[in-house]
Design a protein around this ligand. Sequence first.
Ligand SMILES: [Zn+2]
Length: 261
Amino acid sequence: MKIDGTLYNYYKKYSTLYKNKSQLIRVISENWFRDNMYCPFCTREKINAYNNNHPVADFFCDFCGEEFQLKSKKQKLSNIVVDGEYYKMMDAIYSNSVPNFLFMSYSSKFDSICDLLIIPKEFIVPGIIQKRKPLSNFARRSGWTGCNIILENIPDAGKVFAIKNRNVINMVEVRASIERIAFYREIKEIERRGWIIDILNVIARIKKEVFNLKDVYTYVPYLKSLHPNNNNIEAKIRQQLQILRDNGIIEFLGRGVYKKI
Ligand SMILES: [Zn+2]
């Protein structure tokens, strides 16, 4: 099954009904999503919309129960996505109630979707959330603190494109990418998830297909800055590499040499 990445018919249908631009964008993207999008996590070919004003998510799968929040943006996806209240987001992360995020970017003429990026909820960890400055005393919501989602801090394995540069990726391929990270999605403790993400990010920064333990150890100071209370970062690194090996993300070539798969 291949979804249809065009928006023009939705634009034609709704542009005369909604004069407010942001409302129009919301209606177009949500209707497209409801009509076209399949569940990336199971075999369901449709996703359902919640009735108005559900607190965290806009959509859900009635088979596997996954929830989705859709955010759309004109033209390119940027590295920083502005999100809602910071403390609410952190609470949701620690109580395992964040929805899966979908980031959509669309062409300025509303004729097509440029990108549709799926971020499985397990990749939404404290390390990718940036706290914004609280609103000033003069603001109407004085003291309110928002947050940003920093996409570049999410490892590539956690960024699954359903549409990329206007190319619709085949559903089978999308589900295979999700299947590849199934082991990670089963980890419930935020701390353990954070470590795997950090090591995946370190591996991504090593610009070689075959690398050794020394290359990874170069990042000990960086990892120490993220985990100041851990006094045995090297052991932690080796443990994470083993987890990644056991789950087919890297290969051990022996004698501290690894290969990206
Ligand atoms: Zn599902």
